[in-house]
Design a protein around this ligand. Structure first.
Ligand SMILES: N[C@@H](CCC(=O)N[C@@H](CS)C(=O)NCC(=O)O)C(=O)O
Length: 290
């Protein structure tokens, strides 16, 4: 019996599950939810998942959400022959895989989300947030220093989660991975070896473009409505905002033109100036859009 997956391909956590299901050759019954139409608030979906999150997996009586929890569930239940490597039983090895999964959610993905959010809203990312992205990628580079995959010589559930975040970093921010050679090598390996990785990323990129257009049109309509209402007393534009953006731009330029130098004793900080969301034509973080 196929498993139901409530999803939308433009959502990175959903892509993580799609990718892993492909690896396991699972038969999924895909149920697409459009979050702009608020389909994730439909009563029948709320009954399954009161947190109204996608991805949500339904396997008979079992309902699982949170992409990492889904990865672990699928590895334990359907990973059978590969189980020991995809989500190792050995406590020490498992701790390493868990650490990589939590690093993805709480450090890498969080830094990308924080940086990308203002861009999505039509503004610019902050320099300090971009540096956090660089720091997070530098940590990943260290994980991969002497191992083929993020938690060792074998592919694990963590690679699927991190691969999607890294693809979004590439697609959204055109991040320059050449400064992080281990990440670069591993990313190319993911493209080659993860079944369906390129196709899923490509499809997501196309759909994300139209999602962003709809999202921005909706926001413009909302802002237009707000602007046509009389301003509340005491509300006014902050004059310092533009000034601050100017200073940040200058810092970006300095960052680009600096000669590569050692940072935290390990990584260089030379990096392309991140682009605005408008030109991003690849995959995106829907998690960053909520
Ligand atoms: N930590 C969750 C994040 C899931 C998430 O943020 N899903 C978004 C789409 S990317 C969502 O369902 N947003 C709708 C909502 O929060 O109401 C995971 O990894 O599954």
């Amino acid at each position: 019996m196929p498993l139901d997956l409530y999803y939308n391909i433009i959502s990175p956590p959903c892509r993580v599950v799609l990718l892993f299901a492909k690896w396991l050759k699972l038969d999924l019954n895909l149920i697409e939810l459009d979050v702009l139409k608020r389909e994730h608030y439909k009563p029948e979906f709320l009954k399954l998942n009161p947190q109204h999150y996608i991805p949500t997996l339904v396997d008979g009586d079992v309902v699982v959400w949170e992409s990492s929890a889904i990865l672990i569930y699928l590895a334990e239940k359907y990973g059978a022959t590969q189980n020991d490597t995809l989500y190792p039983k050995d406590i020490a090895q498992r701790a390493k895989v868990n650490q990589r999964l939590f690093y993805d959610i709480s450090t890498l993905l969080r830094s990308v989300t924080a940086y990308y959010h203002p861009i999505l809203m039509g503004g610019e990312g902050k320099l300090e947030d971009f540096k956090k992205v660089q720091d997070a990628v530098a940590v990943l580079n260290r994980f991969l220093h002497e191992s083929r995959w993020t938690a060792g010589e074998h592919i694990t559930v963590a690679d699927f989660a991190i691969a999607v975040t890294v693809a979004a970093l590439d697609g959204l921010l055109h991040f320059d991975f050449s400064l992080y050679p281990n990440v670069h090598r591993w990313y190319e390996q993911c493209k080659r070896e993860l079944v369906g990785y390129t196709d899923i990323t490509k499809e997501a990129a196309q759909k994300t473009q139209s999602f962003l257009e709809r999202f921005r049109a909706m926001r413009e309509a909302e802002q237009h409505q707000l602007c046509s209402q009389p301003q509340q007393q005491g509300q006014r534009q902050q004059p310092e905002a533009g000034e601050q953006q100017g200073q940040e731009k200058q810092q970006y330029i300095e960052l680009q033109t600096q000669k590569p130098r050692e940072r935290n004793g390990a990584e260089t900080i030379k990096q392309q100036r991140p682009v605005r969301g408008e030109g991003a034509d690849d995959s995106t973080k829907m998690a960053t859009e909520d």
